[in-house]
Design a binder for this molecule. Sequence first.
Ligand code: FES
Length: 137
Amino acid sequence: FTPPKETGEGGAILAKDKLGNPIPASQILENPPETRALVAGLAGEPTYLIVTDANTLDGRGIVDNCTHLGCTFPWNETAEQFQCPCHGSRYDAEGSVVRGPANRPLKLVHVAVIDDAIWLSPWTETDPRTGERPWWV
Ligand code: FES
């Protein structure tokens, strides 16, 4: 018996559920477009995966860790925002700050689906939302 490989190139890891089991992409894609689904990501960081209008997973995952003081936060589907319950920071659907006190966008990770497995890997390139070097690198 060979356990399935759980780490890939470039520090990639498989997205897992809260029990630590890898989550197949097809399971997340049962949700409607624009869903933000929470998985355990890199270093166990809770990470939102985004279901696109084309019923695929977006190549960007958003780390559920407020850039103010690190609280985790829910996705508010009605307001289409991530809303931090700790001090009221709000982020848009892409993780850019809409309202402080947070002043940095949410961290991104790469998301890739290979044979229904979801691979997450560190985002080290330019942050497409700011056009700048990511603050977390
Ligand atoms: Fe989120 Fe302070 S930790 S607003």
